[in-house]
Design a protein around this ligand. Structure first.
Ligand code: CU
Length: 331
């Protein structure tokens, strides 16, 4: 209700402003003044307004940065994430330094060089030195940042998959996430969307030798400091798996398998100590994939090996879940 009132007041104020301007124009017409003529007084007012609005805007930017800083993500909880954070901080520092130097100069010059009847335009056609400086300096800075970015990206994307890397499938469908653990053999059983039916939501091929020890879960549990390779599939449309705290994001595309490897470095319990009791790691969908997209999320828990084992052992494997007793004998 309050916001409706505020909107009504703003609209009325705008209407009043338009009317006042109109009245002053009519008055000028009565006094047979040219309403389109710009006087020094107008220029002074406009210049001063630019100065006030410009510096007001800068103060607002600083206020936002201070007030909303706590809403930013905490430091990355993954090995490669720390490097992405450094890249992000370096980029932001550069942008902010340039912003806080150039913006005040811009607003001040708007005021200083405001129109005056006595002013005469200065003819300035070309300056080679200036051209070289403002071409070469940004080129060098951008080249450094692009190389830095490419290296960070390359490191994050090309993770060596070793024996200790746990392979987990993350399966997307409107509007759920499910996970499939690859079991003791660390090999995911083959799957095909044509085999999706009833309990077999992943379309797992029950004739494949590797499927039996796979386990299906509704949460992703990870062991701290243990590398993991997430393999993504989608059943219907393009989704995007986003794990903001680990600085991980990957599209889930129907028909192909995409992947992202990373190593979590902080347990959920450790995060709760610094971020508050309500803290949970989360996997979100970051593509607008349909009506209930906003609700497409899955809990992620990082824990110790012992805690993981207790949770993992409590889950039923796919052989028991999908096959009847008779089918098990036949396999
Ligand atoms: Cu989605």
């Amino acid at each position: 209700m309050t916001s409706i009132l505020i909107i009504v007041v703003v609209i009325l104020l705008l209407a009043a402003l338009v009317q006042v301007t109109r009245v002053s124009e009519l008055l000028s017409e009565i006094k047979s003044k040219d309403v389109n003529e710009v006087t020094d007084k107008d220029n002074n007012t406009q210049g001063l307004l630019f100065l006030i609005v410009g510096f007001g805007f800068l103060i607002f930017v600083v206020w936002q940065m201070v007030t909303w800083n706590h809403l930013l993500l905490p430091p990355a909880s993954s090995l490669h994430g720390a490097e992405i954070d450094i890249l992000m901080q370096a980029s932001m520092a550069l942008i902010l330094i340039v912003f806080f130097i150039l913006s005040p100069i811009l607003f001040y010059f708007l005021y200083k060089y405001r129109g005056k009847k006595s002013n005469k335009a200065y003819f300035f056609s070309h300056n080679n030195k200036l051209e070289v400086v403002w071409t070469v300096v940004p080129t060098i800075i951008l080249t450094v940042f692009i190389i830095f970015g490419l290296k960070t990206w390359d490191k994050a994307m090309n993770v060596d998959v070793t024996q200790s890397t746990k392979i987990i499938e993350v399966y997307a469908q409107q509007f759920y996430w499910s996970a499939r653990y690859s079991g003791d053999d660390n090999i995911l059983g083959k799957a095909n969307y044509k085999l999706v039916k009833e309990k077999n939501i992943f379309g797992v091929d029950t004739l494949d030798i590797n499927f039996g020890d796979d386990k299906m879960t509704k949460e992703v549990h990870l062991v701290v400091d243990q590398p993991v390779l997430l393999k993504f599939r989608s059943q219907d449309v393009i989704h995007s798996a986003f794990l903001p705290h680990f600085r991980v994001q990957m599209n889930c595309v129907p028909g192909i398998t995409t992947q992202f490897g990373f190593t979590p470095t902080r347990t959920t319990a450790q995060m709760k100590e610094t971020e508050g009791e309500d803290f949970e790691y989360i996997l979100l969908c970051n593509k607008i994939c349909g009506q209930a997209h906003y609700n497409m999320q899955m809990k992620v828990i990082v824990e110790t090996q012992e805690e993981f084992d207790i949770w993992y052992d409590s889950k039923q494997n796919l052989e028991n879940r999908l096959l009847t007793k008779k089918e098990k004998k036949d396999v």
